[in-house]
Ligand binder design. Sequence first.
Ligand code: NAP
Length: 251
Amino acid sequence: MAGLNGKVALVTGASRGIGRAIALRLAAEGAAIYLAADGTAAELEETAGACRSAGAPDALWGLHDLSRPDAAEAMVAAAHQRMGRIDILVNNAGIRARKAFGSFTHDDFDRLVAINLRAPFFASQAVVPIMRAQGGGHVIHIASQLGIVASRYGAVYNLTKAGLIQLTRSMALELSAEGIAVNAVCPGPISTEGFIAGRNPGELEQRARDVPIGRFGTVEEVAGVVAFLVSKDADYVIGHALVMDGGYIVH
Ligand code: NAP
């Protein structure tokens, strides 16, 4: 659908979950992939191999701890140097923290903001001159439905995702005339390790019942939306926050 032969995609948080699925889908569309995460080399090497099997002409990876200042810029520089170009940046890496409002510490706040918001901001800032020199590109921020509606015990996560949606709009206003398309995806509950961790089976069943469609989303469904947003079919979609949540936020 997206037809990405000759394109290079940089996907953050690509070791597992939604980021891995996005990398695999863009690979299947013909893009070469640079995978970034902070975990183990084994996970990234496995994902890189799966990307090559899916159709990527090349798939390289780098360990980048996006909680560190300057890591986002260093990641973009490494990807550009090793891949030769960057046509698509998917800012997917993110962390969660569930705590009562009064329990969040300065450290919690700083870490969530650093990974979920500062890194996408500065990765985008670093990639724009590269895309500008190439004549255009796509930046996709993986936000959340929780950037639009709130949830209990997620005050800091929720504000980082709301920030990503507004960053999407600000970037789109400034960059779309140069052929750099910026959009956000706002998933509802998606079955990933990160989503399931720390939730008991009863809570998960209740959460699934709360979704009008009656189930959690899949990582492949998120990847499909990203593939649409970077395809020619979405050329007129700019500065949009695409909610895909099984209908959750309609009530
Ligand atoms: P996940 O399974 O927890 O995976 C998170 C990814 O981010 C991993 O690849 C992780 O890799 C990477 N990451 C975490 N800390 C990092 C750091 N300091 N530096 C670099 N990479 C780091 O999460 P997921 O459920 O797939 O979610 C992916 C994105 O979608 C997140 O932004 C999340 O907020 C968003 N989202 C998820 C859902 C959902 O229900 N699952 C819903 C809405 C939005 P390492 O640990 O190897 O570094």
